[in-house]
Design a protein around this ligand. Structure first.
Ligand SMILES: [Zn+2]
Ligand SMILES: [Zn+2]
Length: 351
């Protein structure tokens, strides 16, 4: 586990996605932000028990958005802890089995390895109707976390939210951007720090993605934890985020770059035409094998360095916190994280 700021701890799961334990200013209370992929509940519960005390439970679970790598263990955890799950109303259709997210765009310019393999991800729609509740949108106070406000940062997911604590300028940025280069699966798995665009093949409205990055850069955060990538602290964090906002790498082409999907509280209302995907299916499968092999090599190269798969009994603080000043030379990139399809079935997946 890695400390983002006072009372804010990042747990990295399967070297891929992060969840956050956020302590309230009310003594003894805490909130879980995001839940990882399906099957992550044991790791999260063990980490919470180690961080606080055995048998602890949060006041609530807040989902930054409903993508599978953030909401995948929400049901299991909500049922284990008997706590509510909160998400922005615009995410509810996707969490209540009423809609599926817009299909991924594997052809997006600069989408990288994960855009390539996004062709093979299944469509996603969860049925969490009995545990998920809408976040109140008549104010920006984060429920159960005094001193934290939430910001609506759409473009990657329609109801995506980021959380910000003004007092020490701590930002949990969700997938509004990433702190690792999402263009490359190995870079992501190796957790090399780089403030980057997140979720390129899943971004359904690129103008909104850029606006959301600019919104968060204006906060001038001093500590950043995102859905993907390591914790980044120090002045360089806000400098690099400002750099991303000022020089946003808008893709040269892609399905949603100039013709965004339209989504409201009832789900997806408009999709631009599917792009012509010229990659032959056979070649795509071979390529997917190569990509998976690259992932395997990246995993092997890390050996026993994982700090997320089996949480330590004693939480190690700051073992993977980076100051970007030391590692600015890496090329910028783009990202991905969730499933998709060129078709648009409304298919329920119940966990
Ligand atoms: Zn996402
Ligand atoms: Zn994600």
């Amino acid at each position: 586990m890695n400390q983002v700021a006072a009372g804010v701890t990042q747990l990295q799961i399967q070297r891929f996605v992060n969840v956050y334990f956020v302590e309230s200013s009310n003594p003894g209370e805490w909130v879980l932000v995001d839940t990882g992929l399906p099957g992550s509940e044991k790791d999260i519960i063990a980490a919470a028990d180690a961080l606080f005390y055995p048998g602890t439970h949060p006041t609530a679970i807040i989902l930054t958005h409903g993508h599978m790598d953030h909401s995948g263990s929400a049901r299991a955890l909500a049922e284990h802890w008997h706590v509510p799950v909160l998400a922005h109303p615009l995410e509810l259709p996707f969490l209540q089995g009423k809609a599926v997210y817009p299909p991924a765009d594997p052809t997006v310019d600069g989408g990288g390895t994960l855009a390539f393999v996004s062709r093979f991800f299944p469509p996603q729609s969860f049925q969490l109707s009995d545990v998920v509740q809408p976040l109140a949108t008549d104010n920006d106070e984060t429920p159960f976390l005094p001193g934290w406000r939430w910001l609506h940062v759409p473009g990657h997911a329609p109801g995506q939210i980021a959380l910000f604590r003004e007092e020490d300028r701590t930002l949990l940025g969700a997938d509004a951007f990433a702190t690792a280069n999402h263009e490359s699966v190995p870079s992501l798995l190796l957790q090399l720090p780089k403030i980057s665009v997140a979720g390129a093949p899943f971004n359904y409205n690129w103008q909104q993605v850029r606006d959301s990055v600019q919104t968060l850069a204006a906060l001038v955060p001093h500590a950043i934890g995102c859905g993907h990538g390591p914790v980044i602290q120090g002045a360089e964090a806000s400098v690099d985020l400002r750099q991303l906002a000022n020089h946003f790498p808008m893709p040269a082409h892609g399905r949603y770059v100039t013709d965004p999907a339209v989504i409201d509280v009832a789900g997806v209302q408009y999709l631009p035409p599917a792009p012509k995907d010229t990659l032959p299916a056979k070649a795509a499968l071979v390529g997917a094998g190569v990509a998976l092999a690259a992932v395997g090599i990246a995993l092997l190269s890390r050996g026993g360095k994982s700090n997320g798969h089996k949480p330590a009994k004693e939480p190690k603080k700051n073992s993977k916190v980076y100051d970007l000043a030391a590692r600015r030379a890496r090329k910028s990139g783009q990202a991905s994280c969730e499933p998709a399809s060129d078709e648009y079935p409304y298919k329920e997946i119940r966990y």
